[in-house]
Design a protein around this ligand. Structure first.
Ligand SMILES: Cc1cc2nc3c(=O)[nH]c(=O)nc-3n(C[C@H](O)[C@H](O)[C@H](O)COP(=O)(O)OP(=O)(O)OC[C@H]3O[C@@H](n4cnc5c(N)ncnc54)[C@H](O)[C@@H]3O)c2cc1C
Length: 469
């Protein structure tokens, strides 16, 4: 990368649109878990789509590699420049361009933080249902580029299902305006979906039209002990049947995870009297005229009679609801504070979760006998964060060094259940080699063909998802 190219890029980004200050760059080149440490000669911070367009045109012309970044909360290293690429932060594209209450959509630029999208929807009495523990920092551009999931997928789908239109800057700098707000549009290939989940390898998202939904008048949040994961699946089926499909979130938590939260996260308390090996956090939402609380209470009562549920509590106030959610949302942070861990973001068909957990826990303990299983996650959509913490007092580095062996065992079992080895976090650099093992040659060929068509010079986030284009 010559000084001339860097000077042209700075010029394209404008006087406030770049930084070479190591102190400013530092937080952008380290990821949340500390797994990847990158470096870059230049941080670009454009504030307008036209600036992104000019930057990419220069990168294309000069074959300069560039890594897009939103809130830097990605968990697979996709947003980190690991080959000294230029770093493109979208954080200053942070305007909500329009909010249409009656039309139930809004248009937000890529750098708008997810919590700010929630606030903009709330201001017109609506909601945007994508909800992640990182929502105070992650951006809508990053959410779409990773096809983020979170806790409401069961009811509302993943980020992919929440987007009506996109504005994308292509690798050569052309602006692709797909910012439509139609629910139905069958005019050929649905190009916007190519860029959702592409992790910045096919184009740079600069704005998105997002679907909004009625804000539920009634929210019922319950925390219950379940006999085992099979009971958790059975309870979900019952609750969906009894409420007519009004379960928005359904999270499984192992006692080991709750213990870590209670140990490391201040102001948390066990909501139930006696400990149990498994818990579910359930949230049902609906309109004011449906007796939702009564229906959920009765369903939980019947489940107790049938020994699926041992004990349960229903939040009676917003504060209690927040306290229950805090237990769930703090699991990643608590596990981080506990020390070294091995993590797997996997999905299997919902009904296969009990068998998957039993088989995969046994298989991992066979090779790392004192690892502590801490599985939790979005049981309602089949996504388990199948995690292990290092044994107490163990050498964290030696434990972390087992990552490859353990992942191979877990992911092979996931394949046996026709599951996915990356349910919601993506591929980035972390799972790049795994992708080749678990995708068919035909799928990999098509992915390479798409990459070549949209980014023939391989400048966009090179080496992420696919090692070689
Ligand atoms: C505590 C915690 C909890 C989390 N919980 C969840 C969860 O429940 N579900 C879930 O799915 N994820 C979760 N995540 C992961 C992460 O928050 C999501 O992947 C999120 O969508 C990333 O958004 P971001 O803005 O931080 O993107 P970044 O981390 O900055 O980037 C992620 C990827 O998208 C690309 N990218 C970013 N912006 C753009 C753009 N505008 N155009 C093109 N490419 C772009 C980057 O190059 C990179 O490959 C969690 C993370 C943390 C730290």
């Amino acid at each position: 990368m010559t000084g001339d190219v860097l000077a042209r890029l700075k010029d394209a980004a404008g006087p406030k649109g770049f930084s070479e200050d190591p102190l400013e760059i530092a937080p952008h080149v380290e990821e949340w878990r500390g797994t990847y440490q990158g470096r870059t000669p230049l941080l670009l911070k454009p504030a307008m789509t036209e600036e992104v367009s000019r930057i990419l045109a220069i990168c294309h012309e000069t074959s300069t590699p560039i890594v897009p970044q939103g809130g830097n909360t990605g968990l697979v290293g996709g947003q980190i420049p690991l080959g000294n690429e230029v770093l493109l932060s979208l954080a200053r594209l942070n305007r909500v361009r329009a909010v249409d209450g009656p039309g139930a959509h809004l248009i937000a630029e890529a750098g708008v933080v997810l919590a700010a999208v929630h606030a903009a929807a709330d201001a017109v009495g609506l909601m945007f249902p994508l909800s992640l523990a990182s929502e105070g920092s992650c951006t809508i551009g990053g959410n779409l580029s990773t096809n983020a999931g979170g806790v409401n997928v069961l009811r509302y789908g993943m980020a992919r299902a929440l987007v009506l239109g996109l504005e994308v800057v292509l690798a050569d700098g052309r602006v692709l305006d797909l910012l439509r707000t139609l629910h139905k549009d069958n005019t050929g290939y649905d190009l916007k979906q190519l860029f959702v989940g592409a992790e910045g390898t096919l184009g740079v998202i600069t704005a998105a039209a997002l679907k909004l939904f009625p804000r539920p008048a009634e929210v019922v949040t319950a925390f219950a002990t379940v006999r085992d994961p099979a009971a958790a699946v059975a309870l979900l089926t019952r609750l969906q049947a009894e409420t007519g499909g009004l379960i928005a979130a359904y999270e499984l938590i192992a006692r080991s995870g709750l213990d870590l939260v209670l140990a490391h996260i201040p102001d948390t308390a066990d909501p139930l009297a006696a400990p149990a090996p498994w818990y579910v956090l359930v949230e049902a939402t609906g309109g004011a005229k449906f007796p939702l609380k009564q229906v959920v209470e009765e369903a939980l009562g019947e489940a107790m009679t049938d020994a699926l549920v041992g004990d349960a509590v229903i939040a009676e106030s917003q504060a209690q609801r927040a306290a229950l959610w805090r237990l769930r949302e703090s699991l990643s942070e608590a596990q981080k504070k506990e020390g070294a861990s091995l993590k797997h973001d996997v999905s299997v068909p919902v009904t296969a979760i009990p068998d998957f957990l039993a088989r995969a826990i046994t298989a991992v303990l066979k090779i790392v006998p004192d690892a502590r299983p801490v599985p939790f996650g979005h049981l309602g959509d089949g996504n388990i964060h199948f995690n292990f913490s290092a044994p107490k007092g163990a050498d964290g580095r030696a434990f972390a060094a087992r990552r490859g062996d353990v992942a191979r065992i877990v992911h092979d079992i996931v394949r046996d259940f026709a599951g996915s080895m990356s349910a919601e976090h993506g591929i980035g650099i972390m799972k790049r080699d795994e992708l080749l093992r678990y995708k068919s040659a035909t799928e990999i060929d098509l992915m390479r063909a798409l990459k070549h068509t949209l980014d023939p010079k391989n400048i966009l986030n090179p080496g992420k998802i696919l090692a070689s284009p």
